[in-house]
Design a protein around this ligand. Structure first.
Ligand SMILES: [Zn+2]
Ligand SMILES: [Zn+2]
Length: 244
């Protein structure tokens, strides 16, 4: 990108490629009743984001929750006011709100993986409706399944790659998942038993629908003894490859 970061101008100045979007966002914040100081703080964070994107050769249209995750965790050496580097993590909620604004105004798109995952979730929920589940229960399933879809996207895991190990990681993750217009996090996620059973029903659906692979059932010790008594042996596991 040809834009020189070191000359990044404040939103009031002209000539920057994303001046229009910054100005429109400023108008949005003002319409929402943000006070002057909070508006200035939010716009500083947005300018920091645009600076960082430019340093990485990317435009604002590339923004999604994965990119935001990288931004929120970057080791900041961006040129710009010292305030850029302060309280970056605390600005996470605001950056996701900005991403929602970009989506509403057609400057950023919902990732194809999230859209496709959302369609699978809705098909699953329809199957629950057919089984007589009540609306409150459907809503609870939707929230947890969409959460899984967002977490999978953040970790670049496809639905077809889901297995017990992936589900265990999901149920024990330290949650920072959110996606504008798709999933808003409520109370802190702790992988409750409630989530575990609901996600389990969803995984069963994915397996039955042929989307996720069948569960790999490893024989346990008792099973091994039984096989031995029957004169059967387990398939030989390939020796681990040791790299030198
Ligand atoms: Zn930075
Ligand atoms: Zn999460």
């Amino acid at each position: 990108m040809s834009s020189t970061i070191t000359s990044m101008a404040p939103p009031e100045a002209g000539g920057e490629p994303d001046r229009d979007i910054v100005q429109r966002y400023k108008a949005r914040l003002q319409a929402l009743g943000y006070c002057r100081s909070l508006t200035a703080k939010c716009l500083r964070t947005i300018l920091h984001l645009i600076t960082w994107l430019s340093l990485n050769g990317a435009g604002i249209e590339t923004l999604d929750i994965r990119v935001l995750h990288h931004f929120l965790n970057h080791d900041c050496a961006c040129p710009g006011p010292h305030g850029y580097r302060k309280n970056l993590q605390r600005g996470g909620w605001h950056l996701h709100r900005f991403l929602g604004f970009l989506m509403e105004t057609g400057r950023a798109r919902m990732p194809a993986e999230i859209e496709a995952g959302g369609r699978v979730v809705e098909a699953f929920l329809q199957s629950l409706v057919g089984q007589g589940y009540v609306p409150d229960s459907i809503a609870a399933y939707r929230k947890r399944c969409r959460h899984l879809i967002v977490w999978l996207y953040l970790h670049d895991i496809a639905l077809v790659g889901i297995d017990d190990e992936v589900v265990s990681r999901f149920l024990s993750h330290d949650c920072a998942c959110v996606h504008p217009h798709f999933f808003s996090r409520g109370n802190r996620f702790v992988g409750s038993r409630n989530s575990r059973s609901r996600i389990g029903v969803f995984i069963d659906y994915l397996i039955d629908a042929g989307i996720a692979p069948p569960r790999h059932t490893r024989p346990n010790k008792e099973h091994e003894v039984l096989l031995h008594q029957l004169g059967m042996t387990l398939p030989q596991q390939p020796a681990p490859r040791i790299s030198t």
